[in-house]
Design a protein around this ligand. Sequence first.
Ligand code: ADP
Length: 271
Amino acid sequence: MPSPADTPRDTPATRANGSELVRFDKVTKRFGGVTVLDQLDFSVSTGKHVTLIGPSGSGKTTILRLLMTLVRPDEGTIKVDGDYLTHEERGGKLVKAGEKHVREVRKKIGMVFQQFNLFPNMKVLRNVTEAPVHVLGMPKDEAEQRARELIELVGLSEHLDKYPSQLSGGQQQRVAIARALAMRPQVLLLDEVTSALDPELVAGVLDVLRDIAHTTDITMLVVTHEMSFARDISDAVLMFDQGKIVESGTPDKMFSEPEHDRTREFLSTVL
Ligand code: ADP
């Protein structure tokens, strides 16, 4: 059984590994006076797949939105690959990060949302090449070659010349996955990526993600209600309740022998 690679707090295991890709330190987020994340500490090591589970409203999506800098923390710091996302060092002091700094650090992060949000006026290939060419400045030829490889990885090579509206929801979501990977992120965030899909399309998307998890070395932070998928791909599972981690461990431990009542209660509603 693999040991828990990622834990809410520093342990000898995480320190010995020495390559934390994502680190939250005492992060608090409030919305209108309501504390949604409460002094949250956790880390994800390079190459690991960590899944966030817990009841609706427990703060899981807010964690991904903080990493995408769609929202800013009220307290605490977030580091990605050794750089602060939330702060920057100026004149030996740690100050709130400026837009330019945030943009640079955010390049290390890719996200796939519930709603795939493809560019409707662009064919599949261009949806995947657009950001590498215009944001990263990648030469068009190189971006296209890479896009073709990624579109093959998600099983859509026959659909390069289609517009999003000509594809099923599951196929569109697979394009969104290829598009996120095209930016060569170090960490891929997946936010309930199958929850907007018709049930018969869910398996195809999860199969693609399983394949990516098992064949690439990308780090993943995943919010999902698909527990068998979580069990298949995760190195560690973190159970959230009311903005705090109540329990964490390997998927075997979390799904077979959960220790905390809240975890047992939650799992009884989703398994
Ligand atoms: P989960 O992903 O676990 O369902 P979320 O992170 O989406 O939980 O939400 C946690 C809490 O924060 C919920 O109560 C939600 O209503 C609230 N929340 C999230 N985003 C906002 C926002 N932009 N404005 C106000 N409240 C928000």
